[in-house]
Ligand binder design. Sequence first.
Ligand code: NAI
Ligand SMILES: O=C(O)/C=C/C=C(\O)C(=O)O
Length: 485
Amino acid sequence: MIQIQNYINGQLVAPKSNSYLDNIDPSRGKVYSKIPDSKSEDINVATAAAKAAFPLWSNMPKEQRSDIMLKVAQLIEERMDEFVGAESLDNGKPESLARAVDIPRAVSNFKFFATAILHFASESHYMEGLGVNYTVRKPIGVVGCISPWNLPLYLFTWKIAPALAAGNCVVAKPSEITPMTAFLLSKVCVDAGMPAGVLNIVHGLGQNVGDAITKHPDITAISFTGGTQTGKTIAGIAAPMFKKLSLELGGKNPNIIFADCDFKTALSTTLRSSFANQGQICLCGSRIFVERPIYEKFRDAFVEKVAKTKVSFPTDPEAKLGAVVSKPHMEKVLSYIELAKEEGGKVLTGGVQVHLDGEYKDGYYLRPTVIEGLDYKCRTNQEEIFGPVVTITPFDTEEEVLKMANSTIYGLSATIWTENLTRAHRVADEVHAGIVWINSWLVRDLRTPFGGVKASGVGREGGFEALHFFTEPKNIFVKLGEGSH
Ligand SMILES: NC(=O)C1=CN([C@@H]2O[C@H](COP(=O)(O)OP(=O)(O)OC[C@H]3O[C@@H](n4cnc5c(N)ncnc54)[C@H](O)[C@@H]3O)[C@@H](O)[C@H]2O)C=CC1
Ligand SMILES: O=C(O)/C=C/C=C(\O)C(=O)O
């Protein structure tokens, strides 16, 4: 059985406690590897290593840092099959998805920030007759990156890459539920010649490893993606320590479909935006609002497609949905389906666990589920389920749909389907969201600001926003010419 190791000070090492946790393959419901049950003592060693490496890494010419990061990207690409297999086994997602989305995006994250840093210019502000301000951006020091289980390597590298590119040293913690590709990344870093201590990857539970990262006085910035409750806990500890914080949290995103939409495209994309990755993407459109004139037509066509969607084991090339990530998560999602029924919802399709045969009989599979007839204020429509469950609701006016769309505590993303561009812009302007897609979903340009409003988070990732987060600006004024200022 594979025993994952921590990556500290350039070495693959056991946790100080020498104790390990079970890592479960959700497609079979079986333990298949062991992961370090690290504690604060491991974080102390990792942070000391990162601190010691900081002068070397931060003073290295950025072109050299960039080369090392590009080497990391190249090695992940060369080991694509290994990474794809590991991601899908660890998480339960279809291999086809890991191959098309997760691992290529991890490669892009490294490539993007390795080159973005070469174009990252400092600002200057000229004051006529007085002088000039120039703003120097320096790396912060040691930063903490904590990531979730839904898009494991994709989101882990989305934080690590800008942090490293900007010249910081990193102490990172992947989710204990999906640690395998972060372990493979450790090996890639060793082979790519990443200097010791620059990146440290410590495995273990959130309440131990994540908490120790949050509390460590030498870790002065935290970038976190995960549940809103965890984000609140982290902010509660880190804010009074005046740490910089970037929090990318939950969502309950509206998918607003007007009667004048391109019906076919709206339908096929809604299938993806509802159920991609088993609905376990914070950007999934879990509340579908359809304008009354096409409500029944859209609902029936959608339900027909959903009912035909294949749920299968991750290596099945025909699988559209694989297993959800864990048994507790499956039970949580099923409990929300029960709640929806209690709240008066009608399950139009799905609503049940799927039992596969043979070696997959104990896996955690759910039918994609569509529920109608719920009030927009009920818990099912207000709380993040984070699984293959969507609600569908008719609306009559723009004002009404905006009221429903904006009624949750969240504000991450929104999708709008209409051929009327003026209306599209108007609704996009009014909807509470950090990211809006018009006539599309999850089209990503890594240069753009990424993040949410309200309880969906604080700050933005992506592009120069991420490089701003991972640097500290220092403004320097130089007086030019004569004068008494
Ligand atoms: N991207 C998103 O929006 C995500 C949302 N979620 C939501 O959160 C719910 C809970 O899922 P979890 O896996 O429990 O997410 P989580 O927020 O507990 O886990 C995310 C990361 O935070 C770490 N963590 C947990 N407790 C911590 C603490 N006290 N201090 C520092 N780090 C800590 C975890 O070990 C993991 O690496 C899900 O059902 C879903 O609703 C979960 C994962 C991703
Ligand atoms: O950066 C992206 O493209 C997507 C990010 C998705 C999440 O942050 C999430 O599901 O948590």
